[in-house]
Design a protein around this ligand. Structure first.
Ligand code: DC
Length: 232
């Protein structure tokens, strides 16, 4: 009987399938799923719409003063596993995934005040537990007392290979070497930034999925979660 509700924090490197796994896990447990990266993407979208980012450099005071006008909500459909992000009630799920947002989200996510505001909202989402949240600082900063913390990773060349196949299947012409370089440079930026860098929490379990299928990694994670939920 799954009665005790816990918080599950999933952090890790980019392009290693965190959000896919986090969604599948939330579906399996009947938990809420929150995509913390989507929140940084929404702030970036607002900054772009208002012309507050010029050549990858945000106007920090203006971005900060916009925060009070930004209400981010999610609609999580546990049955279909579909997550939709809203900005002040407007569905922005597709727009926040566009290249322009991806290219500008990094500088926005390094603004300390943006991070502290997002963390307040993230904690609010988790106040009743029964939640799976993925990101970069969930187990270290947002929910340091989360009952289950998973740090996901995979070899850079394997992540690049997966991304290459994904983009090729979408009909995009891409160079494997360029993707590998991008994966490696994002690892470096995420891990070395001054505010809330990506790092494994001391008590996080490492999930290296270099040689695991999606089903294998889900099975492993569900087992870990169920052990904690049932108190065994
Ligand atoms: O997971 P994602 O690629 O959608 O995240 C978008 C960006 O936000 C990425 O550059 C890392 C950043 N991010 C962060 O700094 N902290 C989080 N908890 C989640 C994402």
């Amino acid at each position: 009987m799954l009665d005790k509700k816990i918080i599950i924090a999933i952090d890790g490197h980019s392009s290693c399938g965190k959000s896919t796994m986090a969604k599948q896990l939330a579906q399996k447990l009947g938990y809420i799923y929150i995509d913390s990266g989507a929140m940084y993407r929404v702030v970036t979208l607002v900054a772009l719409r208002k012309g507050l980012i010029i050549k990858n450099k945000p106007n920090i005071p203006k971005v900060i003063s916009e925060l009070k006008n930004i209400k981010i909500t999610f609609e999580w459909d546990e049955i279909s596993g579909k997550n939709t992000t809203f900005l002040n009630g407007e569905n922005v799920e597709e727009e926040i995934r566009q290249l322009e947002v991806s290219q500008n989200v990094s500088p926005i996510s390094t603004i300390a005040k943006v991070r502290s505001e997002m963390v307040i909202q993230q904690r609010e989402n988790g106040k009743n537990k029964g939640i799976v949240m993925d990101g970069r600082d969930i187990g270290t900063v947002v929910f340091p007392a989360a009952e289950l913390k998973i740090f996901m990773t995979a070899l850079p060349k394997i992540r690049a290979q997966r991304r290459f196949l994904e983009l090729s299947e979408k009909g995009q012409t891409v160079e494997y070497d360029e993707i590998l370089q991008n994966v490696e440079s994002r690892d470096k930026i995420d891990s070395t930034r001054a505010v809330s860098p990506l790092k494994k929490a001391d008590d996080a379990l490492i999930l290296d999925n270099s040689n695991l299928t999606r089903n294998e990694q889900l099975k492993w994670t569900v087992e870990k979660a169920e052990e904690l939920i049932s108190g065994k």
